[in-house]
Write a protein that binds this ligand. Structure first.
Ligand code: NAD
Length: 245
């Protein structure tokens, strides 16, 4: 039987660093969110049980900040959207980010493994809704009418990331794995490169980041610099010549 030849897939893991030049702070950099907010107080289930209003106010503010007029996709987001449009095989962006910049840049195949801004979930009935309005401890679930049980559909510290089966399937099909703007300190995302090297042995792996991370030795190739510079150049190279050095 005739089988259509499809080039190997490309999986791109992105983290807060890709959105930094769009004006969204990372977690762990010198001026990162962690220097201003104690995440234990806003991004854990314990925090939610302790003070719902504080947690919801933090995410209401985050949502508003993502919608500020000056927050736009940058050249790195746009280059990944171009890669998806022009590469003949499958391109999957697996992002740890909750911001909407990949989609705004035109990427279609995006997996938000830590959830995404604009979705909420009921803690009682587990229904997930699109929502762009502020939540408060008085908010009512449109599905089960529970009061004060709606939360952002975002993965907090200690919770299971979303879509892991889909992500592992994409990793096993891939011939190229890129890690862009992530410190490699948050698991399971930080373990994807090892998964690729075990399960898709011939895949090429590349770290693109502002500077070397602790995961550097796990990658075949390293490209350091601001994402808006190194990502468009790398995408151009892959589209023109492939990824073998
Ligand atoms: P992180 O803050 O731990 O690490 C960011 C990485 O990006 C660092 O290694 C840093 O060197 C690099 N970086 C900074 N500026 C860069 C630039 N201009 N170009 C390229 N690289 C740059 O972020 P993480 O690894 O993604 O993990 C933190 C967790 O917090 C993740 O779940 C993350 O998505 C989430 N978070 C999301 C957002 C967002 O949605 N935009 C923002 C902050 C944190």
């Amino acid at each position: 039987m005739h089988q259509e030849f499809l080039p190997p897939g490309i999986v791109i893991l992105t983290g807060a660093g890709i959105s930094k030049e769009s004006g969204i702070d990372t977690f762990r950099d010198k001026d990162g969110l962690w220097t201003r907010v104690n995440l234990e107080e806003v991004a854990t289930i314990e925090a939610w049980h302790r003070d719902k209003k504080k947690v919801l106010d933090f995410y209401n503010d985050t949502r508003r900040s993502f919608r500020a007029a000056h927050i736009e996709p940058n050249a790195a987001h746009r280059a990944l959207a171009r890669l998806e449009r022009e590469y003949q095989g499958e391109v999957t962006v697996v992002t740890q980010n909750i911001d909407p910049l990949h989609e705004q840049a035109g990427s279609k195949n995006v997996i938000h493994m830590h959830g995404r801004d604009g979705e909420i979930r009921c803690m009682i009935c587990s229904a997930v809704f699109e929502s762009d309005v502020d939540l408060s401890p008085q908010s009512v679930c449109p599905n089960c009418q529970a009061v004060g049980e709606l939360r952002p559909h975002i993965v907090w510290f200690g919770e299971m990331p979303l879509y892991m089966d889909e992500i592992h399937a994409a990793l096993e099909r891939c011939g190229l794995f890129l890690s862009i703007g992530t410190s490699g300190e948050v698991y399971p995302a930080a373990g994807f490169v090892l998964h690729v090297r075990r399960r898709a042995e011939r895949a090429h792996t590349v770290e693109l980041n502002l500077e070397a991370t602790g995961s550097q030795p796990l990658f075949h190739e390293h490209i350091y610099g601001p994402a808006t510079e190194v990502v468009p150049t790398y995408v151009e190279r892959v589209l023109a010549h492939g990824w073998r050095q």
